[in-house]
Design a protein around this ligand. Structure first.
Ligand code: FAD
Length: 385
């Protein structure tokens, strides 16, 4: 293999380049990035960058030293076997890495709506979060909760509009989400409220009510950024379909990060995980696969969120669980654990209980069975249950 093209210059793209080099690939590497920035991390955008504690989150990798031809501001437009068509012309490849991430979903309407996906989005939104500004956030998921945290801290009058019955309901279920409602103190949280459109001056709800706002932030989720592959001879279904080696259906092509829907050996289902840990760790497997080595991507998925002064961490795959149990104080530090029918740990969500997360993640990986009676005692460490 002489030439690897990496499409997408986010964390997954950069880590794949690093992994290719550390595995001894000495051929040509070209990396295309739609944005004009050099690669940066996204989690700080809704945290330190939005709150003004940091101005950027650039990744320290020296692409020139790795011998990468990095082309910022260049997008891939389409793909046929062996050739990527870009905004700057055609590019032949022997190996292709698809690492195009995901794009935010927007709502209908003519009014201005902010999203938070890029460094430029974060700077734009930060400038709007001024004391007294009326901010309507649509969606009480991970991003919505983190934006609400920053907006409240900035002294804005915050309304959060959520279609579900509780915050985080789509991600982790309404029962757990309801436990986070108390964190929205001082915020006008409207649950079960569907948005009709984003209009000039605010948000129109189904039923006719209008939420006045100077700033509207839409945080209702993302879609894998794979439109450029629509006419390609490659399997797409909720992202780029890959096997457990991260190999796509077109020869010589792998996919990583938010855009990849990989086959999970552990859970025997296809997963697409839009979280940092996957973009960090999947690339090593993708690089190995591209170089003809035998590697399998089979993680216990992990992510975290920092919201309203709480550290929320999750590991596992809760749809595999049948029973939900709790540890700790619902008004303080607590964890939720999902057990399978035969008492294996399917997933853990820890609120300010990092040890539960670390131990839980290991237990999930090992398949160890737990004693449900001991589990609900927060003083007994998970590994002793
Ligand atoms: P991306 O980071 O999206 O990178 C893909 C890149 O490809 C982008 O730069 C894009 O412009 C480029 N691209 C797209 N299409 C093309 C094309 N056709 N041609 C060329 N380039 C293209 N995860 C957590 O676990 N915890 C958190 O607390 C957390 N916080 C987050 C906060 C925010 C605001 C956001 C947006 C995400 C957060 N995440 C968090 C998720 C995490 O950042 C993502 O999972 C991770 O960035 C995925 O990396 P990626 O490289 O797959 O995709």
């Amino acid at each position: 293999m002489n030439h690897v093209v990496v499409v997408g210059a986010g964390l997954a793209g950069v880590r794949t380049v690093e992994a290719l080099r550390s595995r001894g690939f000495t051929g040509r590497v070209t990396m295309l990035g739609r944005e004009r920035h050099r690669p940066y991390d996204r989690p700080p955008l809704s945290k330190a960058v939005l709150s003004g504690e940091a101005d950027d989150s650039y990744i320290g990798t020296d692409l020139a030293a790795l011998g990468v031809d990095f082309q910022p501001g260049v997008s891939a437009k389409s793909l046929r076997a062996g050739v990527v068509e870009t905004t700057e012309g055609e590019l032949g490849y022997d190996g292709l890495v698809i690492a195009t991430g995901a794009d935010p979903i927007r709502l209908p309407g003519d009014g201005p709506q902010q999203v938070l996906r890029t460094l430029d989005d974060a700077h734009e939104l930060r400038a709007m979060l001024v004391p007294g500004a009326r901010v309507a956030i649509i969606g009480a998921g991970w991003i919505g909760a983190e934006v609400a945290t920053a907006a409240r801290r900035a002294g804005c009058a915050v309304t959060v509009v959520e279609a579900g019955p509780a915050p985080l309901a789509t991600a982790v279920g309404a029962e757990i989400g309801a436990r986070t409602e108390r964190w929205y103190d001082g915020i006008d949280l409207r649950l079960g409220a569907m948005v009709d459109s984003v209009d000039e001056g605010g948000v129109r709800l189904v039923g006719g009510a209008f939420v006045d706002a100077h700033v509207v932030v839409t945080g209702i989720g993302v879609r894998p950024a794979v439109e450029w592959l629509a006419d390609a001879d490659i399997d797409l279904h909720n992202g780029v379909v890959t096997d457990e080696h991260l190999r796509a259906s077109l020869p010589g092509v792998v996919a990583v990060g938010d855009c990849a829907a990989w086959w999970s050996r552990r859970w025997q289902t296809r997963l697409r995980v839009e979280h940092w840990d996957s973009a960090l760790n999947a690339p090593d497997v993708a690089a190995a696969t591209l170089l003809g080595e035998d590697a399998v991507y089979d993680p216990v998925p992990y992510f975290w969120s920092e919201q309203f002064g709480h550290m929320v961490q999750y590991a596992g795959h809760h749809p595999a669980g049948e029973r939900l149990l709790y540890r700790g104080d619902p008004e303080g530090k607590w964890s939720a654990v999902w057990l399978t029918a035969d008492d294996a740990l399917a997933a853990v969500l820890a609120v300010d209980r990092p040890r539960d997360l670390v131990q839980g993640r290991r237990i999930i990986a090992s398949g160890q069975r737990l004693d449900a009676k001991r589990l609900v005692d927060p003083e007994v460490s998970l590994r002793d249950c």
